[in-house]
Design a protein. Sequence first.
Length: 138
Amino acid sequence: MGTRESPIPIGTTFELNNGWEITVVDVIPYADDMIKEENMFNQEPDSGSQYFLAMIAAKNNGTSVDKIKGYYFNVVGPSAVAYEKASVVTPDPLPDTDIFPGGTAEGYVCWEVKSSDAGNLTMYHQHVEPYVFFSLKP
């Protein structure tokens, strides 16, 4: 479990080897309207693409203050090309702030993905190896 072929299911908590406990709480595969409504300056996705939101809960199980940032998470789909966090304002974003040991942060991360990939995405933390994959399959 935790591979691209067998990702960690939505709602299942997994502790990464950097001390962060991650749970994908929910996904919104077609979030174009939510993104547009959140900020009038958010751009429409490219043709053939869509915005995809994931609600992530992250708990600091380490021994020091640390940050968990939305741009640490990438997604990959059947095209086998990774998507980085979209540069848009999201509703209830994953906070970019200090989290003390035992503290939890929760919020959305957004990616602009090809619509053909949106039904079968997996997420991973780009700074933790080996990569651990979380299912974003609705």
